[in-house]
Write a protein that binds this ligand. Structure first.
Ligand code: ADP
Ligand code: ADP
Length: 229
């Protein structure tokens, strides 16, 4: 459950200017594949296609063997969870922000998700714990704390497929390291597509795909790619 396949995927925003030029790769169920490449390579475009913000111009994208054009937006959104680069939290409590989209989750489930995202210590030390108000009218969280609330929300939602979009790039290196640990725990044993611009920020991926100007330039494990450098 939760495999992704890109099959000769082509895409252009403007017909005269191809952006993705025939990408084929698999993210097998439970595995982590990282897409690395310089700015402009087409990484964000690739994730937009997976969410069907745009349709492919050629080829197809399959989830569990099914073309995503044959899947409703609702089931696509239920199948894929996203930890965005820059998290915006609601002006509400920490509990509300973690529970968002999973209104049926119990307090125990919310707290277990916070532990997995390694934000439970921080929450316990906050003025009113899980009932602490955050955002403009409440406690201001750092970029790393916001990110971890977003990770806890994703853990609770438990989507079969996870997309981590340069999820740590907006943070300083100490925070980045902490968040990477949390992300690695979350993506372990879950089908994950990690999008990053530097090879050095990728930890624990089963395969790394180097994208350059819309084509796969190289692919392999971390060790193989470092050896080739
Ligand atoms: P990356 O995420 O690797 O930096 P992008 O997917 O954002 O790459 O961009 C790939 C190319 O597509 C770039 O040349 C960019 O200018 C172009 N591009 C991205 N978004 C749009 C858009 N909405 N309309 C037209 N061109 C776009
Ligand atoms: P939900 O809306 O079910 O809470 P998510 O929080 O995972 O789902 O994602 C929010 C929405 O943001 C997605 O449903 C998708 O439409 C949009 N989105 C996800 N990834 C990207 C992306 N890389 N670029 C632009 N929009 C995206």
């Amino acid at each position: 459950r939760g495999s992704v396949r890109f099959e000769d995927v082509r895409f252009a925003y403007d017909p005269d200017r191809p952006i993705l030029k025939g990408l084929t790769f698999d993210v097998p169920a439970g595995k982590t594949v990282a897409i690395v490449g310089p700015s402009g390579a087409g990484k964000s475009t690739l994730s937009r296609l997976l969410f069907r913000l745009y349709d492919v111009s050629g080829g197809r994208i399959l989830i569990d063997g099914q073309d995503i054009r044959d899947v409703t937006q609702e089931s696509l959104r239920a199948a894929i969870g996203m930890v965005p680069q820059d998290t915006v939290l609601f002006n509400d409590t920490i509990r509300y922000n973690i529970r968002y989209g999973r209104w049926d989750a119990s307090d125990e489930e919310v707290e277990a998700a916070a532990r997995t995202a390694q934000i439970d210590d921080f929450i316990r030390m906050s003025p009113k714990g899980y009932e602490t108000e955050v955002g403009e009218r409440g406690l201001k969280l750092s970029g790393g704390e916001k990110q971890r609330v977003a990770i806890a929300r994703t853990v609770l939602k438990a989507p079969p497929i996870l997309v981590l979009d340069e999820a740590t790039s907006a943070l300083d290196s100490h925070t980045e390291h902490e968040i990477q640990e949390a992300l690695e725990r979350v993506s372990r044993n879950r089908t994950s597509l990690v999008i990053a611009h530097r090879l050095s920020t990728i930890v624990g991926a089963d395969e790394i795909i180097v994208l350059d100007r819309g084509r796969i330039a190289e692919r392999g494990t971390h060790v193989e790619l470092l050896a080739a450098e």
